[in-house]
Design a protein around this ligand. Structure first.
Ligand code: SF4
Length: 317
């Protein structure tokens, strides 16, 4: 009997024995199963800034992990050994029950758990179990995702996730050529996350050939009209199968400057030596200084101490 997986926008309709595009979900005798369920292939306690999230509990650590898999095929993937099917058999993981992930977060004193590194949408059955237990333990949940939700996945995950970092990778041509995917579900998810009042930061990796000023201007317009307040522009460096030259600091700085001028309140350079501090969008006072060490925050009760402007995000009391 055929079964349809609704974990992402692809809605793969699978015959008995068939796997979906991600290689993770499989129809086994009329039952959909997730291969690699509970097999943790990456696990670390990271600064939350590394997700990147700059406006969500800054200065804290987050217990971060991944199971194997992704529903995209980005040729620039930084984590291809844990996302792409051809490496599946080469990754020995560590079997962990959802309860053990939550216990690890509590043991490390992490206020949050992050579903990250690969694409959590394709292992969302495991994610949901961890997230429910995390809620019971008063831990926050973070999802770092390519954003290609199906409508049922959005419905399932919005109530369980406190903060999202969603990749908006480029224009439609970039999604089709380089990611073998589609951009429409990502824009729809961004809109739904903002509407649901969940914390959202968006990331775009910037290449010199595909992220021209015209493309970046169109992206910033799309984000602005959807009410996005935090945008990370990350400098591309060569990896996997995308062989453009590394993006220069100058090219990235210009992209950041133009994005700021477009009216998005907080734009940050990523994978870069540039200043990543947070300034008040109203009076321009320095609010969070970020350098090599732990961020130093002057945010008081979520507000700028100089002019009282309420800053977008969640800040420790
Ligand atoms: S997660 Fe997405 S790609 Fe994988 S089987 Fe389900 S619908 Fe298909």
């Amino acid at each position: 009997m055929k079964r349809t997986c609704d974990f992402c926008y692809r809605l793969c309709c699978l015959s008995d024995g068939q796997k979906g595009v991600c290689g993770v979900r499989q129809n086994q005798g009329g039952r959909l199963v997730s291969l690699g369920w509970g097999n943790v292939v990456a696990l670390a306690s990271d600064p939350v800034e590394k997700k990147p999230l700059y406006h969500f509990l800054p200065g804290t650590h987050t217990l971060s992990f991944a199971l194997f898999g992704c529903n995209f095929k980005c040729s620039f993937c930084q984590n291809y050994t844990i996302s792409q099917q051809e490496y599946y058999s080469q990754r020995e993981g560590r079997p962990l029950e959802p309860r053990e992930i939550v216990d690890l977060a509590l043991f490390h004193g992490s206020p949050s758990i992050s579903f990250t590194y690969s694409e959590p949408l394709v292992w969302q059955d495991y994610l949901c179990e961890v997230a429910r237990l995390a809620r019971e333990a008063a831990l926050r949940t973070i999802m770092v995702t390519n954003g290609s939700f199906s409508a049922p996945a959005l419905e399932r995950l919005l109530p369980l996730i406190d903060a999202f970092n969603v990749d908006l990778k480029g224009d439609e041509s970039f999604y089709r050529r380089v990611c073998k995917a589609s951009r429409e579900p990502v824009l729809a998810a961004i809109e739904a996350i903002v509407e649901a009042k969940r914390h959202l930061e968006v990331t775009t990796m910037v290449t010199e050939s595909d992220h021209t000023p015209a493309v970046m201007e169109a992206l910033s317009e799309e984000l602005k009209t959807r009410g996005v307040e935090v945008w990370h522009l990350s400098r591309y460096v060569p990896r996997y199968r995308y062989h453009d030259r590394a993006t220069s600091e100058e090219f990235l700085a210009e992209a950041v400057e133009r994005a700021r001028e477009s009216g998005i309140p907080h734009v940050y350079a990523g994978n870069s030596a540039q200043d990543t501090s947070t300034y008040c969008p109203h009076c321009h006072a320095l609010l969070i200084r970020r350098g090599a060490l732990r961020p130093v925050s002057r945010v008081a009760g979520g507000c700028c101490p100089e002019c009282g402007h309420r800053l977008y995000g969640h800040f420790p009391a």
